[in-house]
Write a protein that binds this ligand. Structure first.
Ligand code: IVH
Length: 675
């Protein structure tokens, strides 16, 4: 190896350590010390080195977190130390019995426990050999799981190598992969915008993401990991006394350990911990389904041992079941903001996961048919996190003879306009538009909501009254309201009317993103509204943007673009916007990002991969020329790649391009295309 390459190798190694440290600060400590742009620069520099010198690539390189090729199938991995399950306790008495068994088994009066959240994700085992992440596997049946190494490597909070000079020769770290609630909501918004199916809950989303054969897809889903234990290890400085010390050891090796993990003594403190975590449950950034109690002293754990497949020294104290059985009394049809008709189950009240549920969504006509739900049936209802309760299935054995089949109405139950179901759509919609009082109410509620115009005090009841009394027909009417009109509403005192008026006044000062979101354009959620505001900078540019311009904005596909164009093509909508501006609703605007005219962007939508050294152009130059014409340059070859540009000494990307039958260009070919 010549001196120059040695230097580059050394520099790459420094970059890797630095990038992984920033990953740790950002994803594990939640405390980044450099701006995103700086981080991106470091990563790009490393990617460049690895592209130019593929022989310098290492298995633990953060530039290789994404980049593994799609698999045909997962292979199997055996867990030498099985991944066991936990017994469950569903109430205080069962916890008391557990604590009693533990005390008796150890012949002591009281025991110290390590207590932890019970993460509602997927168990995985990470195997580090000589400090390098070698394999990662699912739990499977506890004895054999699937090799999902490439997918796990895309999770930025999982260390690719252990940050110590003399790492253990072997260490298996066990824990749970999950998706944060916020990342789940954002993912579903993107799914919706792309016209793809939403995920039911963060656990399903995490499972679906980990089960991908193409790690490129997993990489687009933000997943998180929390460690909760260890498997096999050799030559590790593993604490031998307490589980809590093992967790501290893992934290020191940069593994994420939930900050809710702690140590308590005795039954009363176990139950207090359960209460405390239960109270925080909704506000935790991830879903949990209970807490876990583990005897803290490792020697005591050993003394207690295992019964069949679960340890005697640990138990999961579950939160109340999120599913319950009840009777379906009737099916009503609700009209949403965009006119969607949603069948809603009216239920015999039932206690589920801490609240009494009387309504649950049945989604749409197809779902009712698929689940064969009939009025009068006995059904299973589920409540998951913040999601609206849903009817999961029917208990057919209990179906009464007079159970009634439900049919979606042909007309809107609120305004009587025709209901239509467009081809390819799952829902029927009321065609009444804003003439339909139900849609009007929802539009106003959405407009006033916290993340939109944030008009405090304007809730369900008030929106109903405003629309029913015809003092508000569109959001613009809110800004024309006088004290008398408001105070005349039933049960509205002067004081509350004044509060509403000042909240409305306050909302006039807003941001472009909020305003766009508040308009309630179909398929435009909060994240999309932010993108639109950031890229276009002004409302007028949004109104004027055509389908093609809109699709130049990241994450905006043809479906969303068309919804936006349709919205502004509606004269009525433009009038409402004009009235809002005239009433003094305002926000800051900026110049936005320059538009690529279609003549100037002939490579729009085309993806390129560069490999090897080109005779006359540097890689940067080639990349810039492609991007200036609207094309994209990515680091790895996949089915979606349009062209692979090959220079001297190409890497494996060339072989891959050949095997996938992708168009290969040399520099001359690229030049011709650029012309
Ligand atoms: S310890 C020997 N700790 O629950 C016990 N498990 O039913 C090994 N889980 O498959 C598990 N949070 O996926 C442990 N803090 C926690 C956990 C936890 C979630 C899951 C794990 C396991 C299942 C056991």
């Amino acid at each position: 190896m010549n001196e120059k390459i040695k230097k580059i190798k050394q520099h790459a190694q420094e970059l890797r350590a630095e990038i992984e440290l920033h990953n740790y600060r950002y994803y594990v400590l939640d405390n980044p010390t450099i701006p995103d742009a700086e981080y991106d620069k470091l990563l790009r520099e490393l990617q460049q080195i690895e592209q130019d010198h593929p022989q310098l690539i290492t298995a633990d390189s953060p530039a290789q977190r994404v980049g593994a090729a799609p698999l045909k199938a997962f292979s199997q991995i055996t867990h030498k130390i099985p991944m066991l399950s936990l017994n469950n306790a569903f109430d205080d008495a069962e916890v008391e019995a557990f604590d009693r068994r533990v005390c008796e088994g150890l012949s002591v009066d009281s025991v110290e426990y390590a207590v932890e959240p019970k993460f509602d994700g997927l168990a995985v085992s990470l195997r580090y050999e000589d400090g390098m992440l070698k394999t990662g596997a699912t739990r499977g049946d506890g004895y054999t799981g699937e090799d999902i190494t490439s997918n796990l490597k895309t999770i930025k909070s999982i260390p690719l190598s252990l940050p110590v000079r003399t790492p253990p020769s072997l260490l298996e770290v066990r824990g749970e992969v999950l998706m944060l609630k916020a990342d789940f909501l954002a993912l579903n918004q993107r799914q919706l915008a792309k016209g793809e199916k939403e995920f039911a809950n963060p656990r399903n989303a995490a499972a679906g993401s980990l089960r991908q054969l193409d790690p490129g897809i997993t990489a687009t889903r933000r997943l998180t990991f929390f460690a909760y234990g260890i498997g096999e290890y050799q030559n590790a400085h593993m604490p031998q006394d307490k589980h809590s010390q093992v967790m501290a050891y893992l934290a020191a090796l940069h593994f994420p350990v939930a900050k809710e993990c702690t140590v308590v003594t005795g039954l009363q403190e176990l139950l207090a911990y359960y209460q405390a975590i239960g109270a925080q449950r909704e506000s935790l950034p991830y879903d949990i389904d209970g807490v876990v109690y583990k005897v803290n002293a490792l020697l005591q754990q050993e003394q207690l041992g295992f019964v069949s497949r679960a340890p005697r020294f640990a138990i999961a104290h579950k939160f109340p079941a999120q599913e319950a059985v009840t009777q379906l009394l009737d099916i009503d049809v609700q009209v949403g903001r965009t006119g969607a008709l949603t069948p809603v189950a009216r239920l015999k009240p039932v206690f589920v996961g801490g609240v009494t549920v009387t309504n649950a969504t049945l989604h749409n006509a197809d779902e009712i048919e698929r689940k064969d739900v009939r009025i009068g049936d006995t059904v299973i209802v589920r409540r998951a996190g913040d999601v609206i309760p849903e009817v999961v299935s029917v208990i057919l054995d209990k179906r009464p003879v007079d159970a009634q089949v439900f049919a979606m109405p042909a007309h809107c139950p609120v305004c009587g306009a025709k209901a239509v179901r467009l081809p390819g759509e799952a829902v029927s919609r009321c065609t009444g538009g804003l003439f339909c009082p139900a849609q009007r109410k929802q539009a106003i509620l959405h407009f006033a909501s916290r993340r939109a115009m944030d008009i405090e005090g304007l809730g369900d009841k008030l929106a109903d009254q405003m629309v029913d009394n015809a003092i508000v027909r569109t959001p613009a009417d809110l800004y024309k309201l006088g004290l008398t009109a408001l105070a005349n509403l039933e049960r509205m005192a002067d004081k509350s009317a004044n509060n509403i008026l000042s909240a409305i006044e306050k909302s006039k000062q807003t941001t472009l993103a909020r305003f766009i979101y508040a308009l309630g354009i179909r398929n435009v959620g909060e994240a999309t509204a932010k993108e639109l505001a950031a890229h276009l900078g002004s409302l007028d540019r949004l109104i004027e943007a055509d389908n093609e311009r809109l699709q130049q904005i990241p994450d905006i596909g043809p479906v969303v673009a068309q919804s936006i164009v349709d919205f502004f093509a509606e004269q009525h909508n433009c009038e409402v916007i004009e009235q809002l501006r005239a009433s003094g609703v305002h926000w800051d605007e900026h110049a936005g990002e320059p538009e690529l005219s279609s003549a100037a962007a002939p490579l729009q939508g085309k993806t390129f991969v560069l490999t090897g050294t080109l005779p006359n152009m540097s890689r940067e130059e080639a990349k810039e020329s492609i991007e200036s014409l609207g094309g994209k340059v990515t680091g790895s070859v996949s089915k979606k790649t349009d062209y692979v540009v090959v220079g001297a000494d190409p890497g494996s990307k060339y072989d891959k391009a050949l095997s996938l039958g992708i168009t290969i260009l040399d520099e001359a070919g690229l030049q011709a295309l650029l012309q």
